[in-house]
Design a protein around this ligand. Structure first.
Ligand code: ADP
Ligand code: MG
Ligand code: MG
Length: 207
């Protein structure tokens, strides 16, 4: 991944959050407070705005900046969580253009940071339930010798499957957990937006 590809990734995320804003809002209105679409839309628009004049020296720096911008522009739980993920991923990268294995390690650092901050385990009906299977799929493809485009495509599919698999789960973290068993039967908004983040990576890597 080079800086141009990282920029395309961020732009594709912003496009996806725009296109899917209403869907994320609907999902969050069922088991939350109906702001996830607006939160993600606001956050990645702020990221786009900073990118215009920002000239990072590395993908590492760029991802740290994305994270910092998300933390400062999104009020909900998802802002600090995604922001921490991008910051941790950026900090874990070398100063040179990362290869797929280095990107994978950085994304793992991002997931670890989310889990440390939010204390969510797999199966708690959160973004972790899309993030973790995405990285496992990414890793399988990289181990099999696949390039970034192939790994990202598989990660995106796994994240979508993971997001769909949150439907029968009962939420144990975040606002949805206040609903107890009434959170069952709805797809988690954050897992859904995580699938969009990986879908955007696949789109950018396929260019
Ligand atoms: P808020 O819940 O503050 O309104 P959002 O609606 O933007 O924030 O984001 C909600 C999403 O954040 C949830 O669908 C879930 O995926 C994720 N989330 C909430 N709490 C946690 C947590 N502790 N760990 C991981 N993800 C979480
Ligand atoms: Mg919400
Ligand atoms: Mg909220």
């Amino acid at each position: 991944m080079d800086i141009a590809l990282a920029r395309h990734w961020v732009q594709a995320i912003a496009v996806a959050m725009d296109e899917h804003q209403d869907r994320l809002t609907q999902l969050d209105s069922a088991i939350g407070d109906a702001d996830h679409g607006a939160n993600m839309h606001r956050g990645f628009n702020a990221v786009l705005a900073t990118q215009v004049s920002y000239r990072p020296d590395s993908v590492s720096q760029l991802l740290v900046k994305v994270g910092t911008t998300l933390i400062s522009s999104v009020g909900g739980a998802s802002g600090p969580l995604y922001g921490t993920a991008f910051r941790a991923a950026g900090k874990a990268l070398p100063g040179t253009d990362p290869d797929p294995a280095e990107l994978l390690a950085a994304l793992r650092a991002g997931l670890d940071a989310v889990r440390e901050l939010g204390a969510a385990a797999p199966g708690d009906k959160t973004m972790v339930d899309a993030f973790l299977p995405a990285l496992d799929a990414f890793e399988e493809e990289v181990r099999a010798g696949g390039d970034l485009a192939a790994a990202a495509a598989r990660a995106a599919r796994a994240a979508e499957d993971g997001a769909r698999a949150t439907v029968p789960l009962q939420a144990r973290k975040g606002r949805a957990s206040y609903l107890g068993p009434r959170s069952i039967g709805h797809q988690d908004p954050g897992a859904t937006s995580t699938a969009l983040v990986f879908g955007a990576l696949a789109t950018a890597a396929a260019r």
